[in-house]
Write a protein that binds this ligand. Structure first.
Ligand code: HEC
Ligand code: HEC
Ligand code: HEC
Ligand code: HEC
Ligand code: HEC
Ligand code: HEC
Ligand code: HEC
Ligand code: HEC
Length: 443
C-alpha cells in the first residue's frame, strides 16, 4: 500500500512537472491579459492625490533609491539639461553654427534631447509672457551636422507666426519635456521625472500610506496611457471638443494633453493625430506605420498585441527604459512570451522554419521583420525609427500602398531582389495568407 502511494505520488509529481514545463510562456501574463476592462473614461487617480502637489524627484529619492538610480541613468532624466550647470550637455559643434543662425550658445539655457538631435531653448518674451523660444538651427546627432529647424512647418502652420522668435515652447513642447507642466503650467523639474508617470506626490511623500498612482495596477490598456501621454502624436483637443479650427487656436495650439495627470482618463485630454487606413499623412504611411519618431502609441493602438492587453512596460522597464537599440535584448525581448509552436505563435516548430533564414542570421531577428525601420527623426536623418506596428508588412502591401520599398523589412536587407521577387519568396515558403496576395484598397 505504502509503495503504491509512493509511486502514485511520484507519477503525480512528474505529471505536474511535465505540465508546468510545457505551459506556454505567456502563462505568467494570464492575469494581466484577462483583467476586466476599466473603460477609457474612468478617472483612476487616487482621491488623496487630487489635493497633492508636485515635489520633484529629489524627494522621492529619499525612500526609493533603486528606482531613482535606474531613472537617473535613463534618457528620461536627460531630456532637458541646464547648460549653465554643466556645459558638457551640449553635443553640437557650435564652431560650425551657420551664420544666419538667430542664436548663439550664450543665448541658450536648456538643451532639448541629445541622442538623435539637439535643440536649444532661449529665454524670450512672447505674447507678453516670459517664455522660451527655439533656435532656428538644430544639431543632427546622427549626421553630425547643423540643419534648419522650423517647428511651425507641420500642423502648426496656421496657428503660429513663421518666425522662431515668436514660437513659444510653453504651448508646443514643455508639457512633455518638463515634469508638472502638463497639468500645472509650471516647470517643476526639467525632463521626465517620477511624477510624470506617478502624478503629484506631496501627500505620499509626507505619508507613504497615502496612495500614489502606479500604472500597472490598472487594466492593461489604461496602463499604456501613462506612456501614451507623450509617446503619441496629437492635435489640440479643442479641435474635437469645441470644433475649433487650427486658425482659431492662434498662438495657443497645443501638441500635448494639457491638464492630464497619470490615472486620469487620457481620452478626455488627447486627440491623436489623424490616421485612416490607406491614406498617407504627414505622420503615417498608408499601412499605419510611422514616418516620424514619437509615434509609438499611434502605431501600437492598432496592433493585435495592444488589443490583447500587452503593454509598453511588458517590453520596456519603466525606470531603466530597456530594451533600446543601444541595449537590445535580441529575440529574448519577444521570446519571454512567444514560443515556437505555441498558441500565440510563431506557429512553426523552430526558428528556422518560421524565418526561413539560418538561426544565427540577421534574417532570424524578430525585430528585423516585425519592427522594420520606417521613420526618420528629421527629414535629413537616416531611416532608423523602428515601427511599433508589429504585424508583418508583406512586400506586395508595401508596393500596393505606394510606400518607399526601403520601409519593407525584406527589401531593407535584399535591395537586389526587389519587392516582387521577395513576395514570391514568401509564396514559396508558404508564408502568405491567401488574401494578402490581393492589393489592399487605396483611397
Ligand atoms: C518617506 C518615504 C517615501 C517618500 C518620500 C516617497 N515614498 Fe513612495 N513609497 C514609500 C513606501 C514606504 C511605499 C510602500 C512600500 C512599497 O511598496 O515599496 C511606497 C510606495 C510607492 C509606490 C508603489 C505604490 C503601489 O501602489 O504599489 C510608488 C509608485 C511610489 N511609492 C512612488 C513615489 C514617488 C513618485 C515619490 C516622490 C514624489 C515617493 N514615492 C516618495 C515611501 C516613500
Ligand atoms: C516613464 C514612467 C515612469 C517614471 C519616469 C517613473 N516611474 Fe516608477 N513606475 C512606473 C510604472 C509603469 C511602474 C509599475 C511597474 C510594474 O508594476 O511593473 C512603476 C513602479 C514604481 C514603484 C513600485 C515598485 C516597482 O519598482 O515596481 C516605485 C516605488 C516607483 N515606481 C518609484 C518611482 C520613482 C521614485 C521614480 C523617479 C525616480 C519613478 N518611479 C519614475 C513608471 C514610471
Ligand atoms: C512626460 C513625457 C514622457 C512620458 C510620460 C514617457 N516618456 Fe518615454 N520618452 C520621453 C522623451 C521626451 C524621450 C526622449 C528622451 C531623450 O532622448 O533624452 C523618451 C524616451 C523613451 C525611450 C528611449 C530611451 C533611450 O534610451 O533612448 C523609451 C524606451 C521610452 N521613452 C519608453 C517610455 C515608456 C515605456 C513610458 C511609459 C511607462 C514612457 N516612455 C513615458 C517622454 C516621455
Ligand atoms: C506629446 C509630447 C511631446 C511634445 C508636445 C513634444 N515632444 Fe519632443 N519628444 C517626445 C517624445 C516621447 C520623444 C522621444 C520618443 C521618440 O523620439 O520617438 C521626443 C523626442 C524629442 C527630441 C529628440 C530627443 C533626442 O534625444 O534625440 C527632441 C529634440 C524633441 N523631442 C524636441 C521637441 C520640441 C522642440 C518640441 C516642441 C516644438 C517637442 N519636442 C514637442 C514628446 C513630445
Ligand atoms: C512587444 C514589445 C514592445 C512593446 C509592446 C513596445 N515596445 Fe518599444 N521597443 C521594443 C523594441 C524591441 C524596441 C527596439 C530596440 C532595438 O532597436 O533594438 C523598441 C523601441 C522603442 C523606442 C526607441 C528606443 C531607441 O532605442 O531609440 C521607444 C521610444 C519605445 N520603444 C517606446 C515604446 C512605447 C511608448 C510603447 C507603448 C506604446 C512601446 N515602446 C511598446 C519593444 C516593444
Ligand atoms: C508580454 C508578452 C509578449 C511579448 C513580450 C511579446 N508578445 Fe507578441 N503577442 C503576445 C500576445 C498575447 C499576442 C496575441 C496573440 C493572439 O492574438 O493570438 C501577440 C501577438 C503577436 C503578433 C501577431 C499579431 C500582431 O500583429 O501583433 C506578432 C507579430 C507578435 N506578437 C510579435 C512580437 C514581437 C516581434 C515581440 C518582441 C519585440 C513580441 N511579440 C513580444 C504577447 C507578447
Ligand atoms: C524573416 C522574417 C521574419 C522574422 C525574422 C520573424 N518573423 Fe514572425 N512572421 C513573419 C511572417 C512573414 C509572418 C506572417 C506569417 C503568415 O501570415 O502566415 C510572421 C508571423 C508571426 C506571428 C503571427 C503568428 C504566426 O505564426 O503566423 C508571430 C507571433 C511572429 N511572427 C513572431 C515572431 C517572433 C517572436 C520572431 C522572432 C523569434 C519572428 N516572428 C521572426 C516573418 C518573420
Ligand atoms: C536583417 C536582414 C534580413 C532580413 C530582414 C531578411 N533577410 Fe533574407 N537574408 C538575409 C541574409 C543575411 C541572408 C543570407 C543567408 C542566411 O543568413 O540565411 C538571407 C537570405 C535570404 C534568401 C536566400 C537567397 C539569398 O539571397 O541568399 C532569401 C530568398 C531571402 N533571404 C528572402 C527574404 C525575405 C522574403 C525576407 C522578408 C520576409 C527576408 N529575406 C528578410 C538577411 C535578411
Amino acid at each position: 500500500m505504502k509503495k503504491l502511494l509512493f509511486w502514485l505520488a511520484l507519477i503525480l509529481l512528474l505529471l505536474v512537472a511535465f505540465i508546468w514545463g510545457n505551459l506556454p510562456k505567456i502563462t505568467p501574463y494570464y492575469k494581466q491579459l484577462t483583467k476586466s476592462r476599466v473603460g477609457l473614461n474612468v478617472d483612476l487617480q487616487p482621491e488623496a492625490q487630487k489635493e497633492a502637489e508636485f515635489v520633484g524627484s529629489q524627494k522621492c529619492k529619499e525612500c526609493h533609491k533603486e528606482q531613482y538610480h535606474h531613472w537617473k541613468a535613463s534618457m528620461h532624466s536627460k531630456m532637458i539639461q541646464d547648460i549653465r550647470k554643466d556645459g558638457s550637455v551640449v553635443v553640437a559643434d557650435f564652431s560650425k553654427l551657420p551664420e544666419d543662425a538667430d542664436f548663439t550658445l550664450k543665448d541658450a539655457v536648456y538643451t532639448i534631447g541629445s541622442k538623435f538631435k539637439q535643440r536649444y531653448m532661449i529665454p524670450a518674451t512672447i505674447n507678453g509672457k516670459e517664455d522660451f523660444r527655439l533656435g532656428n538651427y538644430q544639431w543632427n546627432t546622427q549626421t553630425g551636422k547643423w540643419q534648419h529647424f522650423k517647428p511651425y512647418k507641420y500642423w502648426y502652420h496656421d496657428s503660429y507666426p513663421h518666425d522662431n522668435k515668436q514660437f513659444p515652447t510653453s504651448t508646443t513642447c514643455d508639457g512633455c519635456h518638463f515634469t508638472g507642466y502638463m497639468s500645472t503650467g509650471k516647470r517643476v523639474e526639467p525632463a521626465i521625472a517620477c511624477e510624470s508617470c506617478h502624478g503629484p506626490g506631496s501627500k505620499h511623500a509626507e505619508n507613504p500610506d497615502s496612495p500614489v498612482f502606479k500604472a500597472s495596477l490598472t487594466d492593461p490598456i489604461r496602463t499604456n496611457e501613462v506612456c501614451l501621454q507623450c509617446h503619441m502624436r496629437n492635435r489640440d483637443k479643442r479641435i474635437e471638443t469645441e470644433g475649433a479650427t487650427v486658425k482659431d487656436l492662434w498662438m495657443q495650439a497645443t501638441d500635448y494633453p494639457q491638464g492630464y495627470e497619470p490615472g486620469k482618463p487620457l481620452i478626455s485630454y488627447k486627440l491623436p493625430a489623424p490616421f485612416s487606413p490607406g491614406k498617407e499623412t504627414k505622420e503615417f504611411w498608408p499601412n499605419g506605420a510611422a514616418k516620424k519618431n514619437r509615434t509609438q502609441g499611434n502605431e501600437y493602438i492598432h496592433d493585435a498585441m495592444y488589443k490583447h492587453g500587452i503593454t509598453c512596460i511588458n517590453c520596456h522597464d519603466p525606470h531603466k527604459l530597456t530594451n533600446t537599440a543601444k541595449k537590445p535584448e535580441g529575440n529574448n525581448a519577444c521570446m519571454k512570451c512567444h514560443s515556437f509552436g505555441s498558441i500565440i505563435g510563431p506557429h512553426q516548430d523552430t526558428l528556422e522554419q518560421h524565418t526561413h533564414h539560418k538561426a544565427d542570421s540577421k534574417g532570424s531577428l524578430c525585430i528585423e521583420c516585425h519592427m522594420p525601420k520606417t521613420g526618420k527623426h528629421t527629414g535629413k536623418s537616416p531611416l532608423t525609427v523602428r515601427s511599433h506596428r508589429f504585424a508583418f508588412t508583406y512586400p506586395a502591401e508595401t508596393k500596393a500602398y505606394g510606400m518607399p520599398p526601403e520601409t519593407n523589412a525584406c527589401y531593407a536587407c535584399h535591395k537586389e531582389r526587389g519587392l516582387d521577387t521577395l513576395q514570391k519568396d514568401l509564396e514559396q515558403w508558404g508564408m502568405l495568407e491567401w488574401e494578402k496576395l490581393e492589393a489592399p484598397p487605396i483611397e
